[in-house]
Design a protein around this ligand. Structure first.
Ligand SMILES: NC(=O)c1ccc[n+]([C@@H]2O[C@H](COP(=O)([O-])OP(=O)(O)OC[C@H]3O[C@@H](n4cnc5c(N)ncnc54)[C@H](O)[C@@H]3O)[C@@H](O)[C@H]2O)c1
Length: 254
């Protein structure tokens, strides 16, 4: 897909990996809509990128439909959607105190990551389906964010693993569902990246967390996620899979 003159929605675009992707997309001549929490830096980020900010909470599953609709109406169409809104909880299935993992915590993590991602995808895909196809038949590209935690089975990550594993698992099915419409669906699974809360981890602790990576042994940078996201957007053969962006990192159980 071409960037120049095309339009994109960045959910979680006020910060970190999604912001870096929006920045690259805008720098290459694309038009951007930044969707993020009202309390985020969305307003200033959108201004910096020549786009518009749409405050939203992806947990408001009905409300997000109107927010995406408003962004698409302003942009005229949408060819690219990147979603990074998400997060986890560190709780064991049965804790040291002998108490079971609270079910509501598990449900909240599934809601924020898996349900919200699917909701955003189904709405974005409906809008993309209305596009005229480009010369190779593409109408749009959607990228979701999992984590290598989806595959690593770390202790205390059961809710996050289930949620991110669900995002990875639905990628091929959704790509197949949307193939006849020329809409591609991909997922990126980052290792530890220097964004949000992770950016504040002291160097010594961060070095210890990435000591088992092959290379480079450091936290990923937001622009490295963005490089992968833009490559996916531009390469028509990228579809239906989850790509690890992890420097060869594999986690031990804890
Ligand atoms: N940083 C890491 O080490 C790492 C590793 C693997 C996966 N991830 C995944 O990456 C995503 C986070 O991206 P980031 O690392 O760039 O962090 P970040 O905090 O810099 O950006 C995330 C953005 O999402 C927004 N957001 C959060 N909840 C939202 C909600 N309910 N509604 C709307 N917007 C919301 C935040 O305001 C923020 O701007 C999450 O899905 C996380 O699970 C992060």
């Amino acid at each position: 897909m071409e960037i120049k003159g095309n339009n994109a929605i960045f959910v979680g675009g006020a910060s970190g990996m999604c912001r870096a992707t929006a920045t690259k997309f805008a720098a290459a001549g694309g038009n951007v809509a930044i969707l993020d929490l009202e309390s985020s830096d969305g307003e200033s980020v959108a201004k910096e990128l020549g786009g518009k900010f749409y405050p939203c909470n992806v947990l408001d599953h009905e409300g997000i439909e109107g927010v995406i609709g408003a962004a698409v109406a302003d942009l005229g169409s949408v060819q690219f959607m990147v979603n990074t809104a998400g997060g986890g909880a560190a709780v064991k299935t049965v804790g040291r105190d002998g108490k079971a993992h609270p079910l509501d915590v598990f449900q909240k993590v599934i809601d924020l990551n898996l349900i919200a991602s699917f909701n955003i995808n189904r709405i974005a895909a409906e809008h993309m389906a209305k596009n005229d196809p480009n010369e190779v038949g593409e109408r749009g590209v959607m990228i979701n964010t999992a984590s290598i935690a989806a595959f690593e089975g770390q202790i205390g990550q059961v809710a996050y693993t289930a949620a991110k594993g669900g995002i990875a698992a639905m990628t091929l099915t959704m790509a197949r569902d949307l193939g006849s419409l020329g809409i591609r669906c991909m997922t990126i699974a980052p290792s530890l990246f220097a964004t949000g809360l992770t950016a504040g981890i002291p160097d010594e602790a961060a070095n210890n967390m990435v000591k088992d990576a092959a290379f480079p042994r450091r936290l990923g940078e937001p622009h490295e996620f963005a490089t992968m996201a833009i490559a996916i957007y531009e390469c028509a053969m990228m579809n239906g899979t989850t790509l690890r962006v992890d420097g060869g990192q594999r986690f031990a159980p804890r």
